[in-house]
Design a protein around this ligand. Structure first.
Ligand SMILES: O=C(O)CCC(=O)C(=O)O
Length: 294
C-alpha cells in the first residue's frame, strides 16, 4: 500500500475519498520553494536558541515551538489555505459546521533523533466516542521529507482498525515529499515521526484542525492574545476561537469594564471589531444564556 499523492489542482472530492479510505494523503508542492526558504530563515533564530525536548515523545533531539500565527506572519496563508480549509470543513462536517485550529507547531528533528513512538492524535481527547472523528491534521514539509531525515511513518487504514490492533514496523509507509508539500491525515491514523540519521534538521510545520466544540490542544488565547490577534484576518481569528459557535459558545464578559459595559460579548469585541459588521450569521443571534422559561 502506498500513500495517495495529489497535485493542488486535483479534485477535493477525490482527496477526501482517499483520506476517508486510507487516513492520509500528500498534496505535493502546495507552496513554493521561496516561501519555504523564507520560513526557514525566519525561524532560524528561534531554532538556534530553544532547547531540545525534555521527554521522548516530543523528541530528545527535536526542537518544537508553537504560537506560530503570532511568531510568523508568513504562516497565516498556510493556516488559512483555502484547499486545506475545504478539506477540513468537508471532512469534519458530519459532526460540526465550525472548526478551530487545534495546534500550530514547528517540529524539527535534528541529527540523532530516534523514531517517535507511534500514536493516534485523537488520543488527546480520551473520552471521545470512537465514531466521532475529531480532527484533520496537516504537516507541511518546510524542508524536504526523506526516509533518512525523519519523514513521518504511517499505518495506512489504521483509523478503521479494531482497538488493540498494532502495526508491523515493516508495513508502515513513509511520507516522503518535496519541500512545499503537505501531508494531510486524520486523527485516527497511527503514525509517528521518523528518525533523523542525516546531519541536517528536517523542518515540519504541523497545523491541525478540530471540531469547534472540542477544546484545542494549544491555548490560542495565550499563544495569540487579543492584542496580537487583532492584527490577523477574520478567518484566522475565527480559527483561533475569536468567534462564537452556535451563537453562545465562546462569549466573554470584560472584567475591567465599568458596570454598564459588563454585559456578555462575542469574542470579536476583544479584537476591536465592530459587532455590526460581523460576517458570521451566528454572531448576530442574541446570546441565549438562560433558558427562555427561566
Ligand atoms: O514530526 C512528525 O513527523 C510527526 C510528529 C507527530 O506525529 C507528533 O509529534 O504528534
Amino acid at each position: 500500500m502506498s500513500i495517495c499523492r495529489f497535485t493542488p489542482q486535483d479534485p477535493v472530492a477525490t482527496m477526501l475519498e482517499c483520506i476517508e479510505r486510507d487516513g492520509a494523503i500528500i498534496i505535493e508542492r502546495l507552496i513554493d520553494a521561496d516561501t519555504c526558504l523564507r520560513i526557514r530563515q525566519s525561524i532560524q533564530p528561534i531554532l538556534d536558541t530553544i532547547p531540545f525536548g525534555w521527554e521522548s515523545f516530543g523528541g530528545l533531539r527535536t526542537k518544537r515551538f508553537g504560537a506560530v500565527a503570532s511568531r510568523l506572519p508568513e504562516s497565516h496563508k498556510l493556516i488559512t489555505h483555502p484547499l486545506v480549509l475545504a478539506l477540513v470543513h468537508r471532512f469534519l462536517a458530519v459532526h460540526t459546521d465550525q472548526v478551530l485550529l487545534n495546534s500550530s507547531q514547528f517540529i524539527v528533528p535534528f541529527s540523532g533523533q530516534r523514531p517517535q513512538i507511534l500514536h493516534r492524535d485523537r488520543e488527546s481527547w480520551l473520552f471521545l466516542p470512537r465514531e466521532v472523528e475529531p480532527e484533520l491534521s496537516t504537516l507541511w514539509a518546510i524542508s524536504p521529507f526523506e526516509r533518512e531525515n525523519g519523514a513521518t511513518r504511517l499505518a495506512l487504514g489504521s483509523h478503521k482498525w479494531p482497538p488493540g490492533r498494532e502495526p508491523q514496523e515493516s508495513s508502515l509507509v513513509r511520507a516522503t515529499m518535496p519541500e512545499g508539500s503537505v501531508l494531510v491525515f486524520c486523527g485516527g491514523i497511527i503514525h509517528g515521526g521518523g528518525g533523523n540519521t542525516t546531519p541536517v534538521p528536517r523542518v515540519g510545520l504541523a497545523l491541525s484542525y478540530c471540531l469547534a466544540w472540542l477544546r484545542p490542544e494549544e491555548n490560542h488565547f495565550l499563544s495569540s492574545p487579543p492584542q496580537v490577534a487583532r492584527n490577523f484576518g477574520p478567518t484566522l481569528q475565527a480559527l483561533l476561537g475569536y468567534t462564537l459557535m452556535s451563537g453562545t459558545i465562546g462569549y466573554y464578559s470584560d472584567p475591567f469594564a465599568s458596570p454598564e459595559h459588563a454585559g456578555l460579548l462575542p469574542p470579536e469585541h476583544a479584537l476591536g471589531r465592530s459587532l455590526d459588521a460581523l460576517p458570521n450569521p451566528d454572531i448576530t443571534r442574541p446570546l441565549r444564556l438562560v433558558d427562555d422559561n427561566d
